[in-house]
Design a protein around this ligand. Structure first.
Ligand code: NAD
Ligand code: TDX
Length: 333
């Protein structure tokens, strides 16, 4: 049996990975370590067999707790983070505590116990591209983060690299583009707009809406992470992306169209300070070296399924809707 700790496994992407591992690796046992912040939800793990998945409620910055769990593990897959750029602009402190101190705490534990570590990160560490730049991000692009969120993720990546080089920690890093799919918190762009329409609120587009994000279905992110965990070369970084570049205005119009509304029925609201213009991933290394391929290549049908999920799971998001919208309204978004 292989014992894997998944930090942040009650969040959007971490819980998807737990479901993926349970389905794909019958011999593995998963321990989820999650603080259950506003973004964590145990319902994301419902339906999983109790003999395959254990849940530990705790903080990745709690050194004693982390040490006791890591001592019994074969691998740690590290998803836990404060993950929302807009929140980091209002209150950066939790991003320092979790993304930097929390990652440091895990690295010290895997160093002590010689445990394999995989660090989940983001394409935002590279800053942004111009709309007409023919280049995309690669593993060699220089770090240039813009927000408190992306700078703490960049810092956590650099800690991992230093622990690999200085202490010989057996680690890999993956930097993925924007994920979409079920169970994403409704503060994020796509679920916010879907749940706005379902609540009779007009979708909200920041600034011009010409900003481009490179969308990947979260199931494809999970299959890529499992590939890197098992096949990736120690010490290496792999970029994960599915050639899904779309500007925000196009995505809002598509959501409205798929929900049977007038595609022009949205509001332009205040732009995000420091708003990155464009992200675009070149995932050639992952595809050629490890043979990974995405399976959700039709964004329109993936988005339609996601709309269907939020429409049929109101009980999952309804209680948080007013508070999320009040928070945005305070900053004119
Ligand atoms: P999320 O906000 O939905 O989930 C984060 C989870 O981490 C929650 O369950 C939360 O309770 C937990 N958590 C937060 N602080 C913790 C702490 N101190 N100790 C233990 N648990 C804690 O985030 P997500 O969108 O699922 O992102 C997961 C990871 O993937 C993050 O590292 C993020 O940077 C990265 N990532 C996200 C995207 C994206 O599009 N959402 C893209 C690339 C990379
Ligand atoms: O209401 C909105 N209107 C809007 O136009 C919201 C919430 C967002 N936006 C824009 C901002 C971005 O250009 O949509 C785009 C996507 O916004 P987010 O969902 O906040 O994602 P982003 O800032 O791109 O970061 C996401 O992808 C990379 C995740 O939240 C990060 O965790 C991940 O690292």
């Amino acid at each position: 049996m292989v014992e894997v700790i998944v930090t942040g496994g009650a969040g959007f992407i971490g819980s998807n990975f737990v479901h993926h591992v349970v389905a794909e690796r019958p011999q593995w046992h998963v321990t989820v370590l999650d603080k259950l912040t506003y973004a964590g939800n145990l319902q994301n793990l419902s339906g999983l067999p109790e003999d395959r998945v254990a849940f530990v409620h705790g903080d990745i910055a709690d050194a004693d707790l982390v040490d006791s769990l890591v001592a019994k593990a074969d691998a740690v897959v590290h998803y836990a983070a404060e993950s929302h750029n807009d929140n980091s602009l209002q209150n950066p402190r939790p991003f320092i505590d979790t993304n930097l101190i929390g990652t440091y705490t895990l690295l010290e534990a895997v160093r002590r116990h010689g445990v394999r570590f995989h660090h989940i990160s983001t394409d935002e560490v590279y800053g942004d591209l111009e709309l007409d730049d023919p280049n995309r991000f690669t593993e060699h692009t220089a770090y240039n983060p813009s927000s408190p969120y992306s700078s703490t993720k960049a810092g956590s990546d650099l800690l991992v690299r230093a622990w690999i080089r200085s202490f010989g920690v057996q680690a890999t890093i993956s930097n993925c583009s924007n994920n979409y799919g079920p169970y994403q918190h409704i503060e994020k762009f796509i679920p916010r707009q879907i749940t706005n329409v379902l609540s009779g609120i007009r979708p909200k587009l920041y600034g011009t809406g010409l900003n481009v994000r490179d969308w990947i279905h979260t199931n494809d992110h999970s299959s890529a992470v499992l590939t890197v965990l098992e096949e990736g070369r120690i010490g290496e970084t792999y970029l994960i992306g599915a050639n899904g570049e779309k500007n925000n205005k196009t995505v809002i119009e598509l959501i409205l169209e798929l929900m049977g509304k007038n595609p022009h029925d949205f509001d332009h609201v205040n732009d995000r300070p420091g708003h990155d213009m464009r992200y675009a991933i070149d995932s050639t290394k992952l595809r050629t070296e490890l043979g990974w391929q995405p399976t959700f290549t039709d964004f329109r049908s993936g988005l339609a399924d996601t709309i269907d999920w939020y429409s049929t799971h109101r009980e999952w998001w309804q209680a948080q809707k007013d508070e999320v919208e009040e928070r945005y309204a305070r900053v004119g978004q």
